[in-house]
Design a protein around this ligand. Structure first.
Ligand code: GLA
Length: 334
């Protein structure tokens, strides 16, 4: 028995249900077959990590005080996790590699947080792991993200998407049909820090002050909101929650035409009501949807750039890459 470990966490793509998690709504993401891996050993009194993709190593003294000031920048996610683990943080020495494109909206930061939590000694349920990693993200980047990314990564099930109720954290694994390709296409780099993400969270809070929890609201409730911007944001959230329910039913019934139509409606709502898409992303979705064999496509994740996701008949398109859902994060110790 040595102290050697390999911690790995996959990225995720969201099939439908964006900007619903932070109001306790519904989401339907799946893990993808790309991973962040931390390999190392428990040693020393601090955290010492190198990265295959970053020029500068990370050295973090324990206990961690303020993760948001750690340099280089990628170390903040690890420091955020160490700060959340507190006295239970294990000192480690290790190396980080990743096949998840960074800054592409595929949750590379959440994967790093979840892998780091396992490497630094976290023990507990997937839900606890996700909540710890989410708090770490808040501390590291200041982005008031929801629970979707970290929970999908922690709880992923091979060949399944996860229908998550972001209020109760209840998860239903929904099989991804064998006769469909899930395609991810990269459009543009983006960062949620400094984007309008936090503003959208605040706009939803404003809507909830007026009509109560958005997860329980109807479109009739939304119609009484006077501020047109807040009303549009709420309309997106309320209609998106319903689309997630309908999409899960369609996927289970292998009704890919309906699933694709719902994805397109989701994209239009994110473009027009929620205003988190961009002209380049809209054009990529338009082109993808015009490709024979494609059932539907949409922007995925936080938005303001990033990737699009599509459902297509197998082999329909070579634009983007076909992803497969894999099991969630894990650690091997030897
Ligand atoms: C980012 C956040 C998630 C979620 C999505 C939008 O990925 O980290 O919590 O809010 O944006 O659905």
């Amino acid at each position: 028995m040595t102290n050697h470990f390999v911690a790995r966490a996959p990225g995720r793509v969201n099939l439908i249900g964006d900007h619903t998690d932070y109001t306790g709504g519904l989401v339907l993401p799946m893990t993808i077959d790309r991973w962040t891996v931390i390999e190392g050993s428990r040693s020393g009194g601090a955290i010492a990590l190198t990265s295959a993709d970053e020029p500068h190593p990370v050295g973090i003294a324990l206990p961690v005080d303020n993760p948001s000031t750690v340099e280089p920048h990628w170390g903040r996610y690890v420091a955020g996790v160490a700060a959340e683990l507190g006295a239970t943080t294990m000192p480690i020495r290790g190396h980080v590699t990743t096949t998840i494109p960074v800054g592409a909206g595929l949750s590379s930061s959440a994967a790093l947080e979840v892998a780091a939590a396992l490497a630094l000694g976290f023990e507990g349920t997937a839900a606890d792991l996700a909540q710890l990693a989410r708090r770490a993200e808040h501390r590291a980047s200041g982005v008031p993200c929801g629970i979707m990314d970290q929970l999908c990564i922690a709880a992923g099930v091979a060949d399944h998407a996860l229908l998550i109720d972001c209020r109760t954290l209840e998860i239903e694994a929904v099989p991804v049909p064998h006769n469909v390709d899930v395609i991810v296409q990269f459009v543009a780099h983006r960062t949620l820090a400094g984007s309008e993400y936090a503003q959208r969270v605040a706009e939803c809070q404003r809507a909830e002050q007026l009509i109560g929890p958005l997860r329980l609201a109807t479109l009739a409730d939304v119609a009484i909101i006077g501020d047109p911007i807040v009303q549009r944001r709420a309309r997106h959230v309320v209609s998106e929650n319903q689309r997630v329910r309908d999409f899960a039913v369609a996927l289970r019934a292998n009704d890919l035409a309906t699933a694709g139509r719902l994805m397109i409606e989701s994209h239009h709502s994110l473009r027009d009501n929620y205003e988190t898409s961009t002209p380049a992303v809209n054009e990529a979705v338009r082109q993808m949807c015009a490709t024979p064999g494609v059932y539907g496509a949409r922007i995925t994740g936080g938005g303001f750039g990033g990737c699009i996701v599509a459902l297509a008949a197998p082999g329909s398109t070579t634009t983007g890459w076909v992803v497969r859902a894999v099991d969630g994060a894990a650690i091997d110790r030897t």
